[in-house]
Design a protein around this ligand. Structure first.
Ligand code: GTP
Ligand code: MG
Length: 170
């Protein structure tokens, strides 16, 4: 019915940023210290209830390794939402996240709901990207921003719920 919505969601970001870990935390409530690097892409689904509606996310967890970059359009094409993930301990991963945002702005669905996740926020002592600079960048580019930790679960469900709330309703 009109209260149910299927939404394709893609995760993009540098290798090792924690895309798979975020999805596995969200879908299975688990975390692995030695999560294997994704080959190609992996598919998951999970439903959330918001405002009397059920949103069923069809989640594509892409591989961050550069050699898989050319596959990414298959996963973000037609996606209703994207989570661009970086690692707060890596400035390079933040730079890579900005490149993904640019690519989505050029080639993605113009109505896509985009979230920026500054992951590994449990590693405060190794931080190299401030929340302030990421928030400014996100505001300038129309993304919403949360720092997350797949390890401690901080803000993980929240980022998916926030996306579900922002999806356009039929
Ligand atoms: P690719 O599949 O290669 O693109 O990487 P990915 O973005 O899926 O990263 P993945 O989830 O495989 O995580 C990489 C490593 O970071 C793993 O060893 C995880 O255990 C670790 N990791 C992921 N999220 C967190 C986090 O929030 N905190 C900490 N401390 N470690 C994390
Ligand atoms: Mg992965």
């Amino acid at each position: 019915g009109q209260n149910n919505l299927n939404a394709k969601l893609v995760l993009l970001g540098d290798m090792g940023a924690g895309k798979s870990s975020l999805v596995i935390r969200f879908v299975k409530g688990q975390f692995l210290e030695f999560q294997e690097s994704t080959i190609g892409a992996a598919f998951f689904s999970q439903s959330v209830s918001v405002n009397n509606a059920t949103v069923k996310f069809e989640i594509w967890d892409t591989a961050g390794q550069e050699r898989y970059h050319s596959l990414a359009p298959m996963y973000y094409r037609g996606a209703a939402a994207a989570i661009i993930v970086y690692d707060i301990t890596s400035s390079d991963s933040f730079g890579r996240a900005k490149k993904w945002v640019q690519e989505l702005q050029k080639q993605g669905n113009p109505n896509m709901v985009m979230a920026l996740a500054g992951n590994k926020c449990d590693l405060e002592d190794k931080r190299n990207v401030t929340a302030e600079e990421a928030r400014i960048y996100a505001d300038e580019n129309g993304l919403f921003f949360l720092e997350t930790s797949a390890k401690t679960a901080v803000n993980v469900n929240d980022i998916f719920y926030e996306i579900a709330k922002r999806l356009p309703r039929a």
